[in-house]
Design a protein around this ligand. Structure first.
Ligand code: SAJ
Length: 426
C-alpha cells in the first residue's frame, strides 16, 4: 500500500523509515518546512540510533518523500504530539487537525490509524469528524452496511534510543473502531512488525497505552519514595532494593532525580483527567516523582552549605542514560537550579551535549569534560547514569564528596556520619 504519515517526529519519522524499508511508498507530512527539507535531503532532524542511515537509504531509493500537505494514500498514520495544558488537561487539537487534513483525500478502502498517545475516546472523535466532513463515506460503527473506510488506534511503545529495533520487534495492540477495522489495520502492521499484533477495540487500546506509562510512573514513584525514606533513616536505598529484588515476586525499579521524558510524566495525567475522583494513586505518584527533584535540590544545597568553598560538578543533563535528549529532564532542572544559586562554582559535564542549553546563560556555570571535573571539582553530583560515568574507577573519585542520585557508584566511601544506621535498637 501507499502510506501517508502525518507528523514526522520521534515516532512518525522512524515509522515512516521502517514502513518504507518494507517496500511501501511513504509520503511524510509535517508542519515544519525545515523538517520537510531536511528529510528530503536524506537527513534527519532528531537523534535516534541508526535512523540517519535508514532515512538516507529510503529517501535515495525514492520510497520516502516529505511535504507540507497530505496526499492520497491507502493507509494514513497520524503521529502528532498530544501535549497537556497547565491544568493537566490533554490537548488533542493537533490530532484533530491532522484528521481534518486527511478527511478530504480519503477514498473507499482506506485505513486511518491514530498512533499518538491520546485520551480514551479520541479515535471515536476522529471517526465523528470524518463522518461530518465526508457525508459521502460510510464510516465504521455508524452503519449496518459495510463501511467504506477503516479507523483504528495503534499506539507505539518504543523506547527512545532503541526505537528502530523496538518498532520492529515489540508486540502491538491494534484497536479497531470495529473488529473489521482492527483486522484491516493488523494486516498493515504485519508488513513491518515482527512482534505479535493483537486485535482489540479502540478504547481499550487507548487506555492500554496510558496504563503502560502510568504503571511505570507509579513504580518509579515507589522507588523514589523509598529513596527519601532511606535518606532519612541513613540507609543505602540501592542496597535495600537489590536485596528486596532477590525475592521471586518483587521487582522494584531504580530511584533517580525524578521522572523525565515526554511520556511517563505526561500520560498518567490523561487517565487522571478522565477520572479525577478515581485516581488518587496515579496522581500521588506524579506528585512523588516531581517532588523528588526538589528533594535532590535540597540535599545538594545542604551538601554545598557544608563545603562553602567547594567546586561542584553536575554529571549529566539528559532525561535518562546514554541519550542526547534534554527535554523534560529532571537532571537539567536540578543542574540549572544549582547553577543559578552557585554560579561559577558549578560546572556541568554532559558528553551528549555540544553546548549548554540557553537557560544556563548568565549563570556563570560552564561546561567541562569528565576528566576536568575529576581533577578540578570537589563535589560530584551524579544526575544521569551515562555509561561513561559508571566506569570511573574508585581511585579517581575516592577523595571526592559525592551525591549519587542514580546509585552508579556503590563502592563510593560514605562520608563519616552519613548512611550510618539512624535507628539503633539499644
Ligand atoms: N526512570 C527512573 N527509574 C527507573 C526507570 C526510569 O527514574 O527505574 C526514569 C528515567 O531516568 C527517565 C524516566 O524515568 O527520566 C523515563 O524513562 P524510561 O526509560 O522509563 O521511559 P521513556 O520515557 O524513555 O519511554 C517510555 C517507555 N514506556 C515504558 O517503559 C512503559 C516506552 O516504552 C514508551 O514507548 C514511551 O515511554 C512512550 O513513547 O510512551
Amino acid at each position: 500500500p501507499d502510506v501517508c504519515i502525518v507528523g514526522l517526529g520521534y515516532i512518525g519519522l522512524p515509522t515512516a523509515a521502517i514502513v518504507a524499508r518494507a517496500g511501501c511508498h511513504v509520503h511524510g507530512v509535517d508542519v515544519s518546512q525545515h523538517v520537510v527539507d531536511t528529510i528530503n535531503r536524506g537527513e534527519i532532524h532528531i537523534e535516534e540510533v541508526d535512523l540517519d542511515g535508514l532515512v538516507q537509504a529510503v529517501v535515495q531509493r525514492g520510497l520516502l518523500k516529505a511535504s507540507l500537505s497530505v496526499a492520497p494514500a491507502d493507509v494514513f498514520i497520524i503521529a502528532v504530539p498530544t501535549p497537556f495544558g497547565p491544568d493537566h488537561q490533554p490537548d488533542i487539537s493537533y490530532v484533530l487537525s491532522a484528521a481534518r487534513s486527511v478527511a478530504p483525500v480519503l477514498k473507499q478502502g482506506d485505513v486511518v490509524i491514530l498512533e499518538s498517545t491520546s485520551p480514551v475516546g479520541t479515535t471515536e472523535e476522529i471517526r465523528d469528524l470524518i463522518a461530518h466532513m465526508r457525508p459521502d463515506l460510510k464510516v465504521p460503527g455508524c452503519t449496518r452496511e459495510t463501511p467504506d473506510i477503516a479507523i483504528a488506534y495503534c499506539p507505539e511503545r518504543v523506547l527512545p534510543g532503541r526505537i528502530l529495533e523496538e518498532l520492529a520487534h515489540n508486540d502491538r495492540s491494534i484497536g479497531g473502531i470495529t473488529p473489521r477495522c482492527a483486522r484491516k489495520a493488523l494486516a498493515f502492521y504485519k508488513l513491518f512488525v515482527r512482534g505479535t499484533c493483537i486485535a482489540t477495540d479502540a478504547r481499550s487500546a487507548e487506555m492500554t497505552k496510558l496504563v503502560e506509562n502510568a504503571y511505570r510512573d507509579v513504580n518509579i514513584a515507589f522507588a523514589n519514595e523509598l529513596s527519601i525514606v532511606a535518606d532519612k533513616m541513613g540507609l543505602d536505598v540501592w542496597e535495600v532494593i537489590k536485596l528486596a529484588n532477590r525475592h521471586p515476586r518483587v521487582n522494584i525499579l531504580q530511584p533517580g532525580p525524578g521522572v523525565g521524558g515526554h511520556c511517563i510524566a505526561v500520560d498518567p495525567w490523561f487517565i487522571v483527567a478522565s477520572a479525577p475522583m478515581e485516581t488518587p494513586l496515579i496522581r500521588t505518584a506524579r506528585g512523588v516523582n516531581d517532588g523528588k527533584i526538589h528533594h535532590v535540590i535540597g540535599r545538594a544545597d545542604a551538601l554545598i552549605a557544608q563545603h562553602p568553598k567547594a567546586r561542584i560538578a553536575c554529571l549529566g543533563l539528559a532525561f535518562k542514560a546514554n541519550i542526547d535528549d534534554f527535554r523534560e529532564s529532571p537532571a537539567r532542572l536540578v543542574a540549572v537550579t544549582l547553577a543559578r544559586k552557585y554560579g561559577e562554582r558549578v560546572s556541568i559535564v554532559e558528553p551528549y551535549a555540544a553546548q549548554l542549553p540557553n537557560e544556563f546563560d548568565g549563570t556563570g556555570a560552564k561546561t567541562i569534560d569528565l576528566d576536568e571535573a575529576l581533577e578540578e571539582c570537589d563535589i560530584l553530583i551524579v544526575l544521569v547514569d551515562h555509561d561513561i560515568f559508571k566506569v570511573v574507577p574508585l581511585a579517581e573519585r575516592a577523595d571526592k564528596i559525592v551525591y549519587d542520585t542514580r546509585g552508579i557508584w556503590p563502592d563510593q566511601p560514605k562520608p563519616a556520619g552519613e548512611a550510618a544506621p539512624a535507628l539503633r535498637l539499644a
